[in-house]
Design a protein around this ligand. Structure first.
Ligand code: GDP
Ligand code: MN
Length: 380
């Protein structure tokens, strides 16, 4: 889950990483009153889950509250890389003497958190890595040993920070960033730029923050930060119902039980010449409730033309899934053709149940390939 800048900064603040004072606004008038409260010049920042806002014109300085109102009016509603701005973060404008870069990400290759630091901040880090690779200091942390202050010193000296006052502040921020990363189960935390003011004060001017979805249950305060309006409706519905759902861009909606089976179903659809529209994983379930939920999610996608149920009964019994499908068809109107392939525990009973009821838009096929071919044909 990606956090907005203002949300990441809120976590930074809680864990002692310095940021500027600010407030959130959804209208120009709100922006004005936040600016009044803050006093002095402010910066009005588009809150969207994408980078490069500065270049896109989504970040503007304002001299006074009326100017903040005007700038917010320009930024709200703006489209930045396909993201519409619905919120702006207003903060006290900082004077910038230097722009540094500091991040901590999860490096899957070596299974360790990776610090990156450079004094060439402010620009895209990919550009630094390409043009001045020597200026970018990289350092892995052994998660079992945890963060050690010498690592922070190596980052700072390696990056060439010479001012002792800066060194001290950055060292503290590096340690706190590690703590933030670990305690929130983050996958990525990035401060670009980490600024030094003319008075020598170091502060996080931006925040990019990604938390591991699988760990959100441990962090209800962060889970609650999710912006439901920014999520497509079918994904929102899936999340609310606890259905695992992934949107793709073809025409065949796929419902299976277990990630492995679902993945191979995608391949078989491709083999049959079709394209999957999405997929839902029923997991270990398959009861009527789960099937109804999944069908609701799948059919909310207007691109879906046919639906393929691919179930291998293990703990989930095929007769139960068959009853689930019939109950779902009783409860909701589905116009899409539904192709079903059942195998494994009680597959015979399951097929029989479907044969006896034989709803007109239901097709039972004996194998995965037959089912995929039929689903693709019906989607055409
Ligand atoms: P991004 O473009 O999405 O990465 O957004 P940032 O928050 O990093 O802002 C982009 C740039 O705007 C920064 O690198 C700064 O140069 C500038 N900027 C942001 N906030 C301030 C501020 O308070 N004062 C000044 N002078 N510049 C700022
Ligand atoms: Mn930035």
């Amino acid at each position: 889950m990606d956090l907005y800048e203002y949300q990441g900064k809120e976590i930074f603040r809680r864990l002692g990483i310095p940021t500027s004072d600010g407030g959130l606004a959804t209208t120009p008038d709100e922006a004005k009153s936040v600016a009044e409260r803050l006093g002095g010049p402010v910066v009005v920042k588009a809150q969207v889950l994408t980078g490069g806002r500065g270049k896109a014109g989504g970040i503007k300085l304002a001299d006074d509250p009326d100017d903040a109102r005007a700038k917010a009016e320009q930024i709200l509603g703006m489209d930045i890389n396909g993201h519409v701005v619905r919120k702006v973060w207003i903060e006290q404008a900082s004077e910038i003497a230097k722009e540094y870069y500091l991040s901590l990400t999860f490096d899957r290759g070596v299974k360790r958190p990776l610090f990156m630091f450079t004094t060439q901040g402010g620009i895209e880090i990919e550009e630094v890595a390409e043009k001045h690779p020597d200026a970018l200091v990289r350092l892995h942390v052994d998660p079992f040993e945890g963060y050690q202050p010498w690592q922070g010193r190596r980052l700072i000296f390696g990056g060439g920070v010479e001012d002792p006052n800066e060194q001290k502040q950055i060292l503290a921020i590096v340690g706190r960033l590690y703590e933030t990363f670990v305690t929130t189960d983050a996958m990525l935390t990035e401060i670009n730029p980490l600024i030094v003011t003319p008075e020598g004060e170091v502060r996080a001017l931006d925040s990019k923050f990604t938390v591991d979805d699988a760990a959100l249950f441990k962090h209800p305060d962060i889970a609650e930060m999710r912006d439901l309006e920014a999520v497509p409706p079918e994904e929102r519905a899936a999340r609310e119902k606890g259905v695992t759902y992934v949107k793709l861009d073809g025409e065949v909606g796929i419902l299976g039980n277990g990630a492995g089976l679902v993945m191979s179903t995608l391949d078989v659809i491709a083999l049959a010449g079709g394209r999957p529209a999405n997929f839902c994983d029923l997991g270990g379930g398959g009861d009527a409730e789960g099937v109804v939920d999944a069908l609701e999610v799948i059919t909310a996608d207007p691109k879906v033309k046919s639906i393929l149920f691919n179930v291998f009964g293990g703990i989930t019994r095929c007769d139960e899934v068959a009853r689930g499908i019939l109950t779902a068809l009783d409860r909701m109107t589905i116009e899409h053709p539904i192709v079903v392939r059942l195998d494994g525990t009680n597959a015979e009973e399951g097929r029989q149940i479907l044969d006896e009821a034989s709803p007109e838009n239901l097709y039972v096929e004996p194998t995965m390939l037959d089912a995929a071919r039929r689903a693709v044909e019906l989607a055409a």
